[in-house]
Design a protein around this ligand. Structure first.
Ligand code: 0A1
Ligand code: ZN
Length: 853
C-alpha cells in the first residue's frame, strides 16, 4: 500500500491559538469563475500563549491571494510564505498585541466539484464550511475554538443573497452571535421562499423562510411544520429559545451530506426538505422531520455551545442526535422509534466498531476530519447520552443540561466540560463512565441466570473485543434495564436498572415462588451485544408477553435470526412454532401496526451475516439470501388465509397524511404485500402500483415486484412519470439496485450506470445507485469479484472530483475480513488498486489504508 503523505492530527497536540478573532467583515463580489472575497479580521492576542513572538498562520486552500495588509500596511509578497495549506506572516510583521488583517482573494466556485467551501449547484451559489471548508473561501484561523461575530456584504445579480444572522438590507447581513467559521454560510441565486412565522416563549417574533427553486414551493409545508414543532419542543423540553429574528433553510441539489446547521441559515440536501404525498414516502416524511429537528437543535447544541476542536465532534453530534431521536419519539412512538434506531445502530455502528475503521466516540487522531462524521460519533455518541440520562435520571439530566447551557453559552467546549456539568449537577463520579468516549468496540455482555432456594440472581459479565490500536479494554459502566415476567406474562417485580461496572457482577433480584422469565436490556438500555442462551419457547413467550416494546420485538427478531443462521449454515429447518408466534403478532390488533410491521419483517441479509460472523463462521451471501427467501415464503404460506384481510384492513382511507398512525398502517400493509407477492405472482402489487395516489404505495408495490424478479413494465412507467423529478428518480435508481435478485444485480447496475440520467457527479445520484448495490449482499459479493470491481471503478472515478463522498463510500468495503479467502483476495485486490491510484485524495487514502490494515 502506498504510504499516506498527509500528517496525522492528534488530540494530545491541541494548543490554543496565538491570536483570537473578535470580528470578521466579509465582502463577496460573486462571479461563477472569479469570485472576489475581501476579509477584514480583527485579531487579539491570546494572553495565555506566553511563548511568543508568534507568526500569523492562516489556513487557506485553492485561494489566489490578491492583496494583504496588517493595520493598513500592505504586506510585501515576498514576506508571505504560502503553501497548499495556507500562509504564514513572520512575527516581526505581526503586532503581537492585536491587529487588523485585510486580504482580498479570488476563488472559482464553478471549479469546486468537491462541494466544500463556495460552490455552484444548478446555477446557485452555496457554501459548505464544516469541517474545514471556510479555508477555501478566505485565509482564516479555520478552527472551531476561534469564535467571532460576522458581518457580510454580498454583491451579485441574484435576487436572493443570503448569509447568517439578521438581514440589514439586500445582501447585507449581521450575525451578533460569535461563531466559528465552520458555521458560516452564503447562498445566492434565483430562489423562491415559502414563509411562515414563529413566536418564541418570551415573545420574540421570528420569520421563517424555506428557500427553494421556483416550482418547489408546494413541497415545503411539511418541513416548515416540522420546524415549528421543533422550535416549540426545544422550548418545552430543553428550555431553549431561538435567538435571531430570522431562521432560514435552503434546499440544494448538490450536497455531500444530509444538511448543515449554519447559524440562522441551515443548508439542506433538497431530498431532506421537499416532500409531497406524490413524491415522498412515509419514511421520507419521518426523515425530513428528524433532520429538520436535528439541524434546528444544533442552534444550542453546536452553535451557541460549540466544539473546542474536531476531536470533540460528538459533543455536538451525539447530543443533537439524542435530542432529535427523543423529539421523533415524542412526535410518534418511542417504542417503534427505538427499534428503528437500534436497527440503524447495529447495521452501521456495530459494523463499524467490529471492523478496521473502529474508533472511539471521541477519536484521538485523524488524517482527514471529514472521515470522522461516522456512525460511531453520531449514533454511538447519542447512545452514550441516553445511558447518562438513564443513570442520573430525568430530573438530574435536565439539571445538568441547564447547567451546561448556563455555564458554557458562547464557549467552545470539550467532553471534559460536558462530563463536569453532570458531576457538578448530580454529585456523581463519572470517571469510569467517561471510558465510553475513549474506548472503541462494542462490549459483549453475557448473562447467566440462577434460581436457587427461591432467590433469583443474574450473573452478568462484560468484555470488549480488541480494536485497531486498542488491544486491551477496561470495564465500562453499563446500565442494564431488567424486567421479570411471571408465568402468566405479568410483571413479577418492578423493573430495575442494574449498573454493571465490573468485569463480572452478580445481582440478587429477590425471592420468587417460581423462576421468573427475565427481559434483559429493555429499551436497549446500552449499546452492547447481549449474549444470553434463551430457548425458543422463552423467545415466543417474550414475543407474546413482554411489556417492553423493544424486547418484545427483539425476542421475535432473535428467534428468526437464529433460525436463519441455522438455515444458511446447516440447511436447518423452519420452526413451525416461530410461524405460529409471528402469525399471532401480525394479526394482533391490540398492537400498533408500525410495531407489527417491524416484528413481521425478517432480519436483513446484513444482520444475518453479522450473526454468522459472530459465531466465527464465514457467511455465504447466496445461502443467506436463499434462507431469507425460504422463510418469508413459509411465512406467506402460513398466513395465506389471513394476508388478504390484513392487507385490506391496513388500507388507509381518505387523503394521504404522513402521520405516524397512517404511516404505521401502510408499513404493515407493505409487509403484507411483500408476502402476498410470493403467493399471487404479483397481482396485488401490480394493482397497488396502478392505483397508487402516493409515493409510499407506489414504490412499495414496485419494490415487491422487483424483488420477485418482475416489475419491468412498472419500472418503465415509473421512470416515465418521474423522469423530471430528481429526488424521485434517485429512488428509481436505488430501488432497482437494492431489490435486484442476486444474478441480475450486476447487469442491472451496469446498465443503469450508462443511463443518460446517471449524473454521477451529483452525490445523491451517485449514492442512489452505487450504495444500494453494495448493500445488496448476494448481488455485490458475486464470487467472480465483478461487483467489487464495479464499486472500485466508480470510487476511483469519483475521487478525482469529490473526495469526501468517495471516502465515505469506500467504507462499503470495511467488512472484507468476514468473507472467505477467495472473496478476501478479490476485495483486497480492488482496495489496493484504489490505494495505488495516482493523486488519490487523502480522504480516500486514509479510509482505504485503514481498511487494508
Ligand atoms: N453537522 C451536520 C452534518 C455535516 C457534517 C459534515 C459536513 O461536511 C463534512 C456537512 C454536514 C449535521 O450533523 O447535520
Ligand atoms: Zn449534526
Amino acid at each position: 500500500m502506498r504510504p499516506t503523505q498527509a500528517p496525522t492530527i492528534r488530540l494530545s497536540d491541541y494548543q490554543e491559538p496565538a491570536f483570537w478573532v473578535d470580528t470578521v467583515k466579509l465582502s463577496f463580489d460573486l462571479d461563477p469563475t472569479a469570485t472576489r472575497v475581501t476579509s477584514k479580521i480583527t485579531f487579539r492576542a491570546n494572553e495565555t500563549r506566553a511563548d511568543g513572538p508568534h507568526d500569523l498562520k492562516l489556513d487557506g486552500r485553492n485561494l489566489k491571494l490578491i492583496t494583504a495588509s496588517i493595520n493598513g500596511n500592505a504586506i510585501p509578497a515576498d514576506a508571505i510564505l504560502q503553501d497548499a495549506e495556507g500562509l504564514t506572516i513572520p512575527s516581526d510583521l505581526v503586532p503581537q498585541d492585536g491587529f487588523v488583517w485585510v486580504a482580498e482573494v479570488e476563488i472559482n466556485p464553478s471549479a469546486n466539484t468537491a462541494l466544500e467551501g463556495l460552490y455552484m449547484s444548478n446555477g446557485m451559489y452555496c457554501t459548505q464550511c464544516e469541517a474545514q471548508g471556510f479555508r477555501k473561501i478566505t485565509f482564516y484561523p479555520d478552527r472551531p475554538d476561534v469564535m467571532a461575530t460576522f458581518d457580510v456584504e454580498i454583491k451579485g445579480d441574484a435576487p436572493v443573497l443570503l448569509s447568517n444572522g439578521n438581514k440589514l438590507a439586500h445582501g447585507i447581513w449581521h450575525d451578533p452571535w460569535p461563531k466559528p467559521a465552520y458555521l458560516f454560510a452564503l447562498v445566492a441565486g434565483d430562489l423562491k421562499s415559502y414563509d411562515d412565522t414563529f413566536t418564541t416563549a418570551s415573545g420574540r417574533h421570528v420569520d421563517l423562510q424555506i428557500f427553494v427553486r421556483d416550482g418547489d414551493q408546494d413541497k415545503c409545508a411539511y418541513a416548515m411544520d416540522a420546524l415549528k414543532r421543533s422550535m416549540k419542543w426545544d422550548e418545552e423540553v430543553y428550555g431553549r429559545e431561538y435567538d435571531l429574528d430570522l431562521f432560514m433553510i435552503v434546499a440544494v441539489d448538490d450536497f455531500n451530506m444530509g444538511a448543515m446547521e449554519n447559524k440562522g441559515l441551515n443548508i439542506f440536501n433538497s431530498k431532506y426538505v421537499l416532500a409531497s404525498p406524490e413524491t415522498a414516502t412515509d419514511v421520507d416524511f419521518e426523515r425530513i422531520e428528524g433532520i429538520i429537528a436535528h439541524e434546528y437543535f444544533h442552534n444550542w447544541t453546536g452553535n451557541r455551545i460549540t466544539c473546542r476542536d474536531w476531536f470533540q465532534l460528538c459533543l455536538k453530534e451525539g447530543l443533537t442526535v439524542f435530542r432529535d431521536q427523543t423529539f421523533t419519539g415524542d412526535m410518534r412512538s418511542h417504542g417503534v422509534k427505538r427499534i428503528d434506531d437500534v436497527l440503524q445502530l447495529r447495521g452501521r455502528q456495530f459494523r463499524e466498531d467490529a471492523g478496521p475503521l473502529a474508533h472511539p466516540v471521541r477519536p484521538e487522531e485523524y488524517i482527514e476530519i471529514n472521515n470522522f462524521y461516522t456512525a460511531t460519533v453520531y449514533e454511538k455518541g447519542a447512545e452514550v447520552i441516553g445511558m447518562l440520562k438513564l443513570l442520573v435520571g430525568d430530573e438530574n439530566y435536565r439539571k445538568a443540561l441547564d447547567l451546561y447551557f448556563d455555564r458554557h453559552d458562547g464557549q467552545a467546549c470539550t467532553i471534559e466540560h460536558w462530563i463536569a456539568v453532570f458531576e457538578d449537577a448530580t454529585g456523581r463520579d463519572l470517571a469510569q463512565f467517561k471510558r465510553w468516549y475513549s474506548q472503541a468496540g462494542t462490549p459483549i455482555v453475557k448473562v447467566r441466570e440462577e434460581f436457587a432456594n427461591g432467590r433469583y440472581t443474574l450473573h452478568l459479565s462484560q468484555s470488549t473485543p480488541p480494536t485497531p490500536g486498542q488491544p486491551d479494554k477496561l470495564p465500562l459502566v453499563i446500565p442494564v434495564r431488567v424486567g421479570l415476567l411471571a408465568g402468566d406474562g405479568s410483571e413479577a417485580a418492578p423493573k430495575q436498572l442494574l449498573e454493571l461496572t465490573q468485569s463480572e457482577q452478580s445481582f440478587d433480584l429477590g425471592a420468587f415462588d417460581e423462576k421468573p422469565v427475565p427481559s434483559i436490556l429493555r429499551g436497549f438500555s446500552a449499546p452492547v451485544i447481549l449474549k444470553h442462551d434463551v430457548d425458543n419457547a422463552t423467545r415466543a413467550f417474550l414475543l407474546a408477553h413482554d411489556s417492553d416494546p423493544f424486547n418484545k420485538w427483539e425476542a421475535g427478531s432473535a428467534y428468526a435470526s437464529d433460525m436463519l443462521v441455522d438455515m444458511a449454515l446447516n440447511d436447518g429447518a423452519i420452526d413451525a412454532a416461530y410461524l405460529d408466534a409471528i402469525h399471532a403478532v401480525a394479526l394482533d390488533d391490540t398492537l400498533d401496526p408500525a410495531f407489527r410491521a417491524f416484528a413481521v419483517g425478517l432480519p436483513s441479509e446484513e444482520e444475518i451475516t453479522s450473526a454468522i460472523v459472530a459465531l466465527g463462521e464465514k457467511p455465504d451471501p447466496d445461502a443467506i439470501y436463499g434462507a431469507r427467501n425460504a422463510l418469508s415464503l413459509a411465512m406467506a404460506q402460513k398466513m395465506a388465509d389471513d394476508l388478504p384481510n390484513l392487507y385490506t384492513a391496513m388500507q388507509v382511507d381518505g387523503p394521504y397524511s404522513p402521520d405516524a398512525e397512517a404511516a404505521g398502517k401502510r408499513a404493515l400493509a407493505s409487509t403484507a404485500l411483500g408476502l402476498l407477492t410470493k403467493l399471487d405472482g404479483g397481482k396485488t402489487a401490480a394493482k397497488q402500483f396502478d392505483n397508487a395516489d402516493n409515493m409510499t404505495l407506489q414504490i412499495s408495490a414496485l419494490a415487491a415486484l422487483i424483488r420477485a424478479g418482475a416489475g419491468e413494465t412498472q419500472s418503465a412507467a415509473f421512470y416515465d412519470q418521474w423522469k423530471s423529478d430528481n429526488i424521485v428518480l434517485d429512488k428509481w435508481f436505488a430501488i432497482q439496485a437494492s431489490c435486484a435478485t442476486p444474478d441480475a444485480g450486476l447487469d442491472i447496475v451496469q446498465q443503469l450506470a450508462t443511463h443518460p440520467d446517471f449524473n454521477w457527479k451529483n452525490p445523491n445520484r451517485f449514492r442512489s445507485l452505487i450504495g444500494p448495490f453494495a448493500m445488496n449482499p448476494a448481488a455485490f459479493h458475486r464470487i467472480d469479484g465483478k461487483g467489487y470491481q464495479f464499486l472500485a471503478d466508480w470510487l476511483i472515478k469519483l475521487d478525482a472530483i469529490n473526495p469526501q463522498t468517495t471516502a465515505r463510500m469506500a467504507g462499503l468495503f470495511e467488512t472484507w475480513k468476514r468473507y472467505d479467502k477467495k472473496r478476501q483476495t478479490l476485495i483486497t485486490g480492488q482496495l489496493r488498486r484504489i490505494a495505488d491510484t495516482k493523486n488519490l485524495s487523502k480522504d480516500t487514502s486514509e479510509i482505504v489504508g485503514k481498511i487494508l490494515g
